[in-house]
Structure formats: structure tokens, C-alpha cells
Design a protein. Structure first.
Length: 111
């Protein structure tokens, strides 16, 4: 049974659309699943959360370096990287802002 030209066209378009993702070897790190409540968290919980956020920051930096490498290897377009880079940085900003807010709440309890 011969595949129809229409089916081949659809499959070809699908391959082109997914190509940038398929070539990229960089994986966006998962953000911390939970930021503790500064109003009730213990010092140890806050310290552990700080370490987790620092690790996440490092993982995002590594991801961004990977994206830059992928561009240099012509495996991702500059346009694709800008979008991926901005999304990762915005996500990191959101996580750190959320954590810093809880740190301020935590510190206000202990001052």
C-alpha cells in the first residue's frame, strides 16, 4: 500500500516543526517543586531550600551554556535560543523572587 502524497506532506511538516527540539541536547532543568513558607519553616528547612535554589540556579546556568554550544554547532537557530534562554531566565527569576520573599518573612520572625 502506497502512502498518499497528503500523508507524506503532513509527516514532512511534522518533522520540520519538531526538528529544532530533536537536535537540541540541552534539557531545561526542573524548578524546585516547593518553596517553604517563611512564616512556619525551621532554619534547617530554609537552609535546605536555599541550597536547592542555588543548585537550580547552577543548573540553569549550565543549560544556558548548553544552548550557546548548540547554536555554535548549528543545531539550534539563534531565534530558537533566544526564546529558550528567555523562558529559562524568567522561570529562574520567578523561583528566586518567590524564595527571597519567604526568606524576608522568615527573617522578620527572627529579628
Amino acid at each position: 500500500m502506497k502512502p498518499s502524497k497528503q500523508l507524506l506532506a503532513v509527516l514532512s511538516i511534522g518533522c520540520l516543526v519538531s526538528a529544532p527540539a530533536a537536535f537540541a541536547n540541552c534539557g531545561l532543568p526542573s524548578s524546585p517543586s516547593k518553596i517553604p513558607d517563611g512564616a512556619t519553616a525551621s532554619m534547617q528547612v530554609m537552609v535546605t531550600a536555599m541550597q536547592t535554589v542555588k543548585e537550580y540556579n547552577h543548573d540553569v546556568e549550565t543549560y544556558l551554556k548548553c544552548l550557546d554550544f548548540e547554536v555554535r554547532q548549528n543545531q539550534l537557530s539563534s531565534e530558537s535560543v533566544v526564546s529558550l534562554h528567555n523562558a529559562a531566565v524568567e522561570r529562574l527569576k520567578h523561583v528566586t523572587a518567590k524564595f527571597n520573599k519567604q526568606v524576608r518573612i522568615f527573617k522578620s520572625r527572627h529579628s
